[in-house]
Design a protein around this ligand. Structure first.
Ligand code: DAH
Length: 372
């Protein structure tokens, strides 16, 4: 605050002196013009047009002047403050326009850029084929069952009537899981989906109608027709009065639905510890329907001119398996089957080499991309 205004002359009050007011005005206008962006301008506005700016403080001095002096001083300071206010407004508008223009350039989105340079993935055909296979049985009233991939030896072998010296147990076929002390753990990577039969019987109410698609493991080298990791679809029916005729009917319905109506099937006698009697299931070649057999001029790549394609194993559930799963074989009977999913994919889609199914090249999977 300045000294008392004894003479009541505004010119005597330093902040109200015309030169001083003009200086404050010029200083303010110069600072406003120099503000490079809106943030700077805000600071300049507070310093030169705010409540504590020199011109605002000068304005407060006017109140102490005699009425005759007030008008002139008021006019002088008011004019300067109006000019400063106007200059802030104009600079504000100019800087806002500049900013808007810059944002339009900096934040521009080029809508002509290609959006599809990362190709969309596709579900693996093994997944889609496994789902289609299971769906055929779901359509017949079956439920989906599951079991663990790391399985107790008891489920994988013992309950399925594999004797302790059965060759399938040896290191040749089975991945054994090492125990914590490096010894026997009693646990294996399941070598087939058949242990799900026992799990389903132990965990469900009878009758049981289930299919179990899943991963299986054997110590095979990867080559054109083998893989250490592969997939099977297990089927199991246990009910009263079930015979092999029902099994044949279900297999026929499956083959008709997956590969085409009217294809014949045949059972060849075989052996599995968990079924008695057991059979290998063949279906008529859906490409040549047997026409290539004995005709060297028209070879068939799908069935190697044999006329038949092997799709899996099956049989009547061995009563020992029913007993192991707590089912009375005097009251209930059943059948089971195991189908190879890789084989089904190979035949259904003409995939020639197992490598294509496991290598994860998306050019392979995307060829099946439209399947869901
Ligand atoms: N588990 C057998 C295998 O992996 C396939 C099989 C055969 C499953 C006969 C069955 C069956 O359910 O009844 O070779």
């Amino acid at each position: 605050m300045s000294a008392p205004n004894n003479s009541f002359d505004p010119v005597e009050v330093t902040p109200l002196h015309p030169d001083e007011v003009a200086r404050m005005r010029e200083e303010a206008l110069a600072a406003i013009a120099a503000a490079q962006d809106l943030a700077e301008l805000k600071e300049v506005r507070l310093a030169h047009a705010g409540d504590r700016s020199p011109l605002a403080l000068a304005n407060r001095e006017i109140g102490a002047l005699p009425p005759a002096a007030k008008a002139e001083a008021g006019k002088r300071v008011g004019g300067a403050r109006r000019d400063v206010g106007q200059a802030v407004k104009e600079r504000q508008a100019a800087l806002e326009a500049e900013r808007d223009e810059r944002v339009l350039v900096e934040e521009r989105v080029d809508v002509t850029l290609p959006w599809d340079r990362t190709p969309r993935g596709a579900r693996h055909p093994l997944t889609t084929v496994a789902e289609r296979m299971a769906d055929v049985f779901v359509g017949m009233g079956f439920e989906i069952a599951e079991g663990p991939e790391v399985e107790a030896e008891w489920f994988n072998f013992d309950a399925l009537n594999f004797q302790p010296d059965h060759p399938a147990r040896t290191m040749q076929d089975t991945f054994f899981v090492e125990g914590p002390d490096g010894g026997d753990s009693g646990v294996v990577m399941r070598t087939h989906t058949s242990p799900v039969q026992v799990r389903a019987l132990l965990s469900r109410e009878l009758p049981v109608y289930v299919v179990a698609p899943g991963k299986t493991f054997r110590t095979d080298e990867l080559d054109a027709t083998h893989s250490p990791v592969f997939h099977q679809l297990e089927g199991l029916v246990v009910d009263k009065g079930i015979t092999m005729a029902h099994l044949r009917g279900a297999i026929d319905a499956f083959v008709g639905s997956m590969f085409g109506e009217g294809l014949r099937t045949r059972f060849r006698a075989s052996y599995f510890p968990f079924t008695e009697p057991s059979a290998e299931v063949d279906m008529e070649c859906f490409v040549c329907r047997g026409a290539s057999v004995g005709d060297p001029d028209n070879p068939c790549r799908t069935c190697s001119s044999e006329g038949w394609i092997e799709i899996g194993g099956c049989g009547v559930v061995n009563p020992r398996v029913l007993v192991a799963a707590g089912v009375d074989p005097e009251v209930y009977s059943g059948w089971a089957f195991g189908l190879g999913i890789e084989r089904t994919l190979m035949f259904a889609h003409g995939v020639r080499d197992m490598h294509d199914m496991v290598e994860g090249d998306i050019r392979f999977t995307s060829a099946f991309g439209s399947e869901n």
